[in-house]
Structure formats: C-alpha cells, structure tokens
Ligand binder design. Structure first.
Ligand code: FAD
Length: 294
C-alpha cells in the first residue's frame, strides 16, 4: 500500500497534491509538492511517521517554513505539514510545557502577558517552537538551549521519547535532531516571573528598522563566523543590494536575501554561491548556510 492510501484508509489526516513550496515558505520559492500530508492528530502523526520510516520514504518536515529554501523542481517525497496541528501551552510552578506546533512569536507575547520573560528572545522569530528547537534558534545572546529542560519527539518507529537538554547536543543553529529521523512534538522550559512586554515591543521596532520584515525572506542566510558577522563580510564585498533576477541581498540587512517578487530558488542559490565563492577567494572566509535547502 502506498502512503497516500495508508493515510486515507486509516483516517490519519489530509493528503493534498495541489500545493507548492511558494505558498508554504516565507521566502515564497520552490516547486510543486506531490504529497502534502497534514496530520489529523498526534496519534495519526505517530502512525504515519512509522509508515514513512518503515518504507524508507523520502520526506521533509515543515513548520512555518521560515528557514527553508525549496528547489524549483517538483518535490516527489512527502511534505509533513505541522502548521494545523493543535497547539497549546501550560505554566505550572516554574515550568512551561509547550507544544512544538505553537508559533514562537505568539508564545513570546502570550508569556509576556503572564509576565513570564524567559522566552522573550523568540519574540521576533517567525517559526513554530519545533523549528526553533531543531535549530536551537536564538537572538539577543539567548538561545533555546539556555531555557529548555526536556524535549519530547516521535522516533522512527512512532514512539514518543523524551530527552533532557544535555542529550540534545545543542550548538550554533544545531541540535541532535539534525542527525536522526524524528519529529519534535513538545518541550518543557524553566521559567521565571519577569515583565517583558515593553522590551518585546522595543525589539520589534528595532527589527523593523534593521531587517527587511516587509519582504519575503528566510532570516539570516549565513552563520556568523566566530571572528566576524556574516553581514560585515557581505558588506565588505560590496554586495549589499546586489541582485540576481528576483533574488536580492537586502539593502537593510546584508545577511538577508529577499524575494523581490518573482525569485526562483535557483536565483537565490546562485546568489548564495556567489557570496560564498567571493568570501573565500577574497578574504579566505568560508561562510556556511543557516537555512535548510530541500
Ligand atoms: C524575518 C525572519 C527573521 C528571523 N530571525 C531569526 C532569529 O533572530 N534567530 C533565529 O535563530 N532564526 C531566525 N529566523 C529563522 C527561522 O525563523 C527560525 O529558524 C525558526 O525557528 C524556524 O522555524 P519554522 O517553524 O519556520 O521551521 P521550518 O522553516 O519549517 O523548518 C526549519 C527546519 O526545522 C525542521 N523542523 C521544523 N519543525 C520540526 C519539528 N517539529 N520536528 C523536527 N524538525 C522540524 C525542518 O524540517 C527544517 O529542516 C528568522 C526568519 C525570518 C524569516
């Protein structure tokens, strides 16, 4: 039995074949998706993920698509979309338990209303919590690893497993989840009372001034080198504003590539490659991508 029939026969959610990555990623590029799977429930997702792994099927997990560049050709594997999964959070004593499908910006503001400040650094990161854990996302000198206690995920046989922070191998935009088949479903965090609404609003204004939030992008393209920020390298190459067809290096933030309207993934990849080659040739600096390329 193929995956599509398995999902339908077992009532595990919706299967659609009329989506493209353009509609499902913040950069707005990418080809058609042969199979978009939207799980009906956690139990359904567990069964479907087991089937995918048992049959060694190609798949990609999609949260809010804010850190993914999908190529222009049709994607023939399965895209597991988590955006419609039920999501909630709960605070008890000094512990926050939150679903991985909860939007991070909303979470930061909801917590601010409760005067819980520890996850306020997520206030400008437009993803779902699972993507933030997967990438150990961070801002303002704070990362997920600084506040997370435990993560629960679905393993390749569909079981729920919980691991502690120390087992997550967090690094710069990295976690253990990059290295094995798994879907993050929830996490707990240590939190404390702290008023942060004002700081969230101040930071948002600052982001609007310094980042092209009015354009389609994926956030920072390159990781910062230990010695120098990637935007400084790109600026030193004189590439701020440089454009290949519809893909442009933002004039506001040189480490952001924006889609000016009709960018193809190929234009963005050419721009990334050009920046990398020139950075290595002219400064001997190897830039590595922060984004996931599908
Ligand atoms: C304007 C803008 C500003 C940004 N600013 C920041 C910033 O300040 N700091 C920062 O760190 N990032 C930033 N980002 C990048 C991005 O928002 C983060 O990486 C975010 O955490 C990704 O979440 P997502 O749900 O969109 O993940 P996606 O883009 O959907 O996925 C990213 C990766 O995570 C995997 N993944 C997603 N969910 C799960 C899950 N539940 N289980 C297992 N794997 C999963 C995907 O397969 C993919 O490989 C910015 C992006 C934009 C567009």
């Amino acid at each position: 039995m193929n995956f599509e029939n398995y999902v339908i026969e077992n009532d595990l959610g919706a299967i659609e074949s009329d989506w493209t990555f353009k509609e499902l990623t913040t950069i707005g590029c990418g080809g058609k998706i042969k199979t978009l799977y939207t799980p009906k429930s956690l139990e359904a997702l567990q069964k479907a993920f087991r089937f995918i792994n048992d049959h060694d099927l190609e798949y990609v997990i999609l949260g809010n698509g804010s850190n993914i560049l999908a190529r222009d050709n049709d994607y023939l594997g399965i895209v597991i979309s988590l955006r419609k999964m039920p999501a909630s959070f709960e605070v008890m004593d000094n512990t926050l338990t939150c679903s991985a499908f909860y939007p991070t910006i909303k979470l930061a503001y909801e917590l601010a209303k409760l005067e819980i400040g520890d996850l306020s650094f997520l206030g400008g990161i437009p993803g779902l919590l699972g993507g933030a854990i997967y990438n150990n996302s961070g801002a303002y000198k704070k990362e997920i690893k600084d506040v997370l206690l435990e993560v629960t995920y679905i393993n390749s046989v569909g079981e729920l497993k919980t691991i502690k922070n120390g087992a997550c191998a967090f690094g710069y935009r990295r976690s253990v989840f990059h290295y094995f088949n798994s879907i993050i479903i929830s996490a707990t965090f240590k939190v404390e009372k702290l008023a942060t609404l004002e700081i969230l609003e101040k930071r948002q204004k600052q982001r609007q001034l310094t980042q092209p939030l009015e354009c389609r992008s994926m956030g920072s393209i390159f990781k910062n080198n230990q010695l120098i920020s990637a935007w400084k390298v790109i600026d030193a190459l004189g590439m701020r504003g440089f454009q290949i067809n519809g893909a442009a290096i933002s004039a506001k933030h040189a480490n952001f590539i924006i889609n000016t309207g009709n960018a193809r993934a190929a234009d963005i990849l050419s721009l990334i490659e050009l920046i990398r080659k020139r950075s290595e040739l002219e400064f001997g600096i190897k830039l590595t991508c922060e984004i996931a390329i599908v």
